[in-house]
Design a protein around this ligand. Structure first.
Ligand code: ADP
Ligand code: MG
Length: 280
């Protein structure tokens, strides 16, 4: 039985094997070139189909997660942040805590890499097959307050309760009003022991009473958050400022500084910038 090309592609479409369908000739050529047995060839075709589907799934889940930037653990310089234990972070990247619905708190002053690690761990969770949503504390409470005012609070709470991992960045930069604190409490209760929360904050847990503007609500929130949780406290200097300081020490000919920020430093390393890079 030798179906013509059109029939075969129609069958592959029907089976939704779109990767094999779209690359049929090149995949068959490759299988022939490698002199694969029939069994090996079927395996090879399945592998390609699955790998491409997985790439698409990760890409789509990344869009749904709404990460503000692309950050990976590979890009995190652990030597620059000795208070962070690389083993603990790599263990967190296996996402066992997400499977258990535990919470993770990343605490530390501005610029130490909290958002970087939060995004990287969120991307690791997506690779492990979990749904992820990234938001900031101000955006979250604004969304909940708006929904509350419009009589759609239940809908909004369900939206934030759905992803297996909800990342809430920048808790504590802005204090909550009492209504916001109460809405936040409702969300934490809703997710408690169901989905994981990853929170980043520039405030220590002891200061959360001030953040939430109400020690009773803060205690109730912390009670649930800390029940099954890990806390990573990052100490030390802002990475951004450190880079700036370093840049100040290394002036290039003409007196212009090229080491202003991490991004520029990386570009310079990659040889993308000439000696006198424009200061941005
Ligand atoms: P935070 O959220 O704690 O304020 P960020 O994660 O936003 O800090 O970090 C500020 C910038 O510096 C980001 O671009 C981040 O990728 C980079 N950065 C911070 N720490 C590191 C590090 N240890 N290695 C590499 N880049 C870092
Ligand atoms: Mg941040």
């Amino acid at each position: 039985m030798t179906p013509d090309h059109a029939t075969l592609t129609a069958w592959l479409s029907r089976l939704r094997l779109t990767v094999i369908r779209d690359q049929l000739d090149s995949l068959l050529d490759e299988a022939a070139r490698k002199e694969l047995t029939l069994r090996e060839a079927v395996t090879f075709l399945c592998e390609r189909e699955i790998a491409r589907r997985e790439d698409r799934r990760i890409e789509m889940a990344g869009k749904i997660a709404h990460f503000p930037a692309v950050r990976e653990l590979d890009g995190f310089d652990f030597t620059a942040q000795p208070s962070v234990d690389p083993r603990q972070i790599r263990e967190l990247a296996t996402c066992r805590w997400v499977a258990h619905g535990d919470a993770l708190l990343l605490l530390g002053p501005p610029g130490v890499g909290k958002t970087h690690l939060a995004i990287a761990l969120g991307r690791a969770a997506i690779r492990e097959g979990y749904s992820v949503l990234f938001t900031t504390a101000p955006a979250l409470v604004a969304g909940l307050a708006k929904a509350h005012a419009e009589g759609r609070l239940e809908e909004r709470l369900s939206f934030y309760a759905k992803p297996k991992l909800l990342i809430i960045d920048e808790l504590g930069y802005l204090p909550f009003d009492p209504n916001a604190a109460h809405l936040f409490f409702q969300l934490v209760s809703r997710r408690y022991e169901r989905g994981s929360l990853l929170l980043t904050s520039n405030r220590s847990v002891g200061e959360w009473g001030t953040v939430f503007g109400d020690p009773v609500v803060a205690t109730a929130i912390l009670d649930r958050l800390l029940h099954h949780s890990q806390v990573v406290t990052i100490r030390g200097d802002s990475y951004r400022l450190r880079e700036k300081r370093r840049a100040g020490l290394r002036k290039v000919a003409g007196g212009r500084s090229v080491g202003k920020c991490y991004r520029l430093r990386e570009k310079r390393r990659a040889g993308l910038l000439g000696q006198a890079a424009p200061a941005t």
